[in-house]
Every structure is written in C-alpha cells, then in structure tokens.
Write a protein that binds this ligand. Structure first.
Ligand SMILES: Cc1cc2nc3c(=O)[nH]c(=O)nc-3n(C[C@H](O)[C@H](O)[C@H](O)COP(=O)(O)O)c2cc1C
Length: 329
C-alpha cells in the first residue's frame, strides 16, 4: 500500500505545479482566452494556460475552427487543451487528436452551464449522473498517455452538490487534477462562489491529486486569502483577468509583500493596443478589430470620461484609428 506522498510524487500535474511558488491558472474562457490574450496574460505572470473549450464532436470530425482552437505557442507551456462532449467515442477521438498537438495535459470540461451544451448532456449536465461522469472520464484517461484533468462545478443545483463524492470517483478513474468552480449549474455566473466545498474536497483525506480552486478571485488579496484559507494547490482566475492581465503580476507582487500596483492610463493603452495588434494577426484585420470591442470596457474600467472614447472605438475600423482615439484625443 502506497502512502499519500507516493501518489503526490508520481502525479504529473503535481510536478507542474511545483515549478511555481503560487501556481495561478488563467481560466479557459470561450472567445476570450485565445492565443493573443493568453500570450499577454502569460507575460504578466499567468503560470498555466488552457485553451478555450473545444467540442469533441467537432474536433473528432476535424472541423477547421476546432483544430485552430488547439493552437498554442511553446512559450505558453504548461498548456492544456480543453474538450467537452457527451459521447464516449467522440470524447476519445477528440482526446487523441488533442494529444497529437502535444499539450502538457488534456482537460475535460464538466462544468459549462450553457444551455446548448447541457441539453446534449455535456458540460455541467453530467453532474446529474456522477457514475456516467466517471465512466466517460475513465474512457478519456485510458485513451491517452497525457495527464487528464477535469474542470467542474459543485453540482447541478443547490439541493444537489455531489462534488466531494464526484472528486473521489474521478481521482479513482485516474485524473491527475481537478479544478472546481464554486458554483452550481443553476447559479450560472450569479450569486457568490462557495469555496467551502472546494475546501472540503481539498481536505478530504482520500484525495491525493491537486485541487485547483476557482470562482470570483478578483484581487491579489482574495487570491492569497482563498489559497491560504482553503488550502488549494493552485487557483484559477477567469473574468477578473479580462482586460486586466495585470492581476497576475499583482498576485505575485502581493505574495512577495509588495503593494499590488495599478496600471496607469498609458500602460493600459500600451497593452490594449498590443492585444489589438495580436488579435489582428491571429484573426485577420477586420475580425481582430471586432474582437477587441468586447475588451475595451474592461481595459479602461474606472478611467474617468472614457465613455466617449469607447463609443468611438466601437466604430473604429483600423489600428491607426484606435491608436488615435486612445492616445491623441
Ligand atoms: C465568457 C466566459 C467563457 C467561459 N468559457 C469557458 C470554457 O470554455 N471552459 C471552461 O471550463 N470554463 C469557461 N468559463 C468559466 C470560467 O473558466 C470560470 O470557471 C468562471 O468564469 C469562474 O471563474 P471567475 O469567477 O474567476 O470568472 C467561461 C466563463 C466566461 C465568463
């Protein structure tokens, strides 16, 4: 019989996390965490990155858009490709295709609350059938050599939060780490994330795999508090990083006893324009410009009198025009 430290030493995700003093993931976010945005977050200190979620159905049919979503740069490592689905064969096929792109791990999304995903039985819908969740996860674990991780929620609704038992079952079928978003599906993104159950999973003596906590981390102080209070092995930041990649540096600085510095207007302009440029390369000029429209409000949150510039940015159609609005007017 092996003790806990044996399994911890053998765990490939544990080895990845050990490279960092305070491992912080950038959360996978559809239509947000594309390569340009991930590149910028990595520069500001995000340690571990994951692709946007990719439909296993589409990936197994080699749909071009899904193949493109797997793209990552070497500098993004440690990097995970996230897949979602409900059908065993396509999950297996997608996991194998994802493996051929050589990420560091494959993440299964069992947490997405969006209607078009859950009505098919994928994402958080699986939380209504934990044995099925374990069976499909095992099929993926058995199909690939790479470590497989799971990202999920507490449960389907307030009266049904099986995460402690689910985490044990997932560990037993061989996943290497679990990320828990402290909400139920019914909450979608509303209400407050409940970290107490995340803490219960982490402190369950049966658990040996890393537990990554996620939900509502929006400041360096909160990141450190959540890690310390609930003992999680890493934390994951999602919405608070949108238009605010500085949060990763702020977390690192705070941990070293430095006051987390806020970026001034010039710094925000510089990073935002670089993001715009990268999007224009990644998506093409027009799509890159349109893509950035959803980021401006976040990049310049709290900047007085920004509204007028934002309105103009919403109709700007070239890099120079955006630059002009942000710098010269
Ligand atoms: C726009 C958006 C897209 C998201 N897309 C994904 C996704 O593709 N895969 C996933 O596992 N979670 C996805 N999520 C959930 C986040 O990864 C994260 O779990 C959630 O936002 C809670 O963390 P936060 O409070 O730090 O934002 C998405 C969230 C948002 C807001």
């Amino acid at each position: 019989m092996h003790d806990r430290s044996y399994f911890e030493k053998m765990n490939p995700i544990q080895s990845i996390l050990e490279q960092f003093d305070f491992p912080v993931y950038l959360a996978p976010m559809e239509e947000v965490t594309d390569p340009p945005f991930r590149h910028i977050c990595k520069e500001f200190g995000a340690d571990i990155l994951i692709s946007e979620f990719i439909s296993s159905d589409a990936l197994s049919r080699e749909v071009e858009k899904s193949i493109k979503k797997m793209h990552f740069e070497e500098g993004e490592r440690p990097f995970g490709i996230q897949i979602f689905g409900h059908d065993e064969d396509s999950l297996i096929a997608a996991a194998k295709i994802a493996e051929s792109a050589s990420p560091d791990f494959i993440d299964i999304n069992w947490g997405c609350p969006v209607r078009k995903v859950v009505t098919k039985g994928a994402g958080s819908a699986i939380l209504k059938d934990i044995p099925k969740m374990a069976r499909l996860t095992k099929a993926v674990v058995d199909a690939v050599k790479l470590p497989v991780t799971v990202k999920t929620r507490l449960g389907w609704e307030e009266s049904d939060k099986p995460i402690v038992e689910a985490a044990e079952m997932l560990q037993d079928v061989g996943i290497s780490a679990i990320t828990i978003h402290g909400r139920t599906r019914a909450q979608m993104y509303g209400g407050k994330a409940d970290w107490t159950l995340i803490g219960q999973v982490k402190n369950n003596p049966r658990m040996t795999i890393p537990v990554i906590g996620n939900g509502d981390i929006d400041s360096a102080e909160k990141a450190v508090e959540c890690r310390q209070r609930y003992g999680v092995d890493a934390i994951m930041v999602g919405r608070a990083a949108i238009g605010n990649p500085w949060i990763f540096k702020q977390i690192k600085d705070f941990l070293q006893g430095k006051e987390p510095a806020l970026p001034n207007y010039d710094e925000r302009v510089k990073v935002c324009l670089r993001h715009l440029k990268l999007e224009m390369v990644w998506k093409g000029e027009r799509s890159g410009i349109l893509e950035m429209r959803k980021h401006y409000a976040n990049y310049f949150k709290g900047i007085p009198h920004f509204k007028e510039k934002k309105i103009r940015l919403m109709s700007a159609m070239s890099y120079e025009e955006c630059q002009n609005i942000l710098i010269n007017s």
